[in-house]
Design a protein around this ligand. Sequence first.
Ligand code: AMP
Length: 304
Amino acid sequence: MSKTPPLVVIGTVAIDELSTPFGARQTVFGGSASFFSYAASFFARVGVVAVVGEDFPEEYRDVLKEREIDLSHLDTLPGKTFHWKGKYESDMNSAITLQTDLNVLLDFKPKIRYEKTPEFVFLANIDPDLQLSVLDQMHGSALKFVACDTMNFWIQSRKDAVLKVLGRVHAVFMNDGEARQLTGEVNLIKAAQQIYNLGPEYVIIKKGEHGALLYSREGVFIYPAYPLETVYDPTGAGDSFAGGVMGYLASARKVNLKIMKTAIAYGTVVASFTVEKFGMSRLREVKREHFDKRLEVLKKICKI
Ligand code: AMP
């Protein structure tokens, strides 16, 4: 049994291969749980439930060890680590997947061994059946808030399971293309409303350089992205955005609309750092004060 962090994430820990208009990398440390946990760790202690293969480099594990990240549930299985190959062309808002090798993910059966149920759980982008299996192991009234993410790959191949997940979470993070794909609705407000009707109280739709949209009982709220002149690598922007949001919520220990709005603003500034360099390298250079500074700029931009 290991000590329970206030925030736990299940997702992928990956070896990525990517190219953007600014260059290409054959092997980069990536994965939804990696970006999420690194970003969230600036706000709260976070536990990672994930799997890697025997080829997973020790230096990547060391990156997560730099932060207060609990790796007691990062399992190693025989075989290769999850591998994603993608590229970005002139539209840096949407990644083009060239190859997805699930590898050890196919044999992963997560077993939760924390002393207690964590208060906050994030079901990051991964097979929706794995998201459900982790959620099934989270019992008791300690569990305050569950959110999820997904992507076109799973909506296309496992839509029924994705819908099941949506019926069991308080919040969902999705990008605009995925919200349209899931609902078949072109108008984003209507798409968000349809997703809201599937269960989540907070529907957060990410729109890349155009910011984010929050649909809730209290209506629709719009957030700009932090204005950046150079975006090198958008990989992980969505996961680190969610990491900032959930990390902030876990530090607040409760969720209401006001707290959620601040959380989204923090998610926005965290993601703005992620995209400034390849992989996780920019996030590794920053401190919490950097986020607070950009948050002040964002507040000024939003004032009408
Ligand atoms: P994003 O924040 O959306 O840019 O997520 C980028 C990360 O998602 C990459 O580091 C990939 O390793 C990971 N990824 C790509 N495809 C999948 C998939 N089908 N399931 C889970 N994670 C994925």
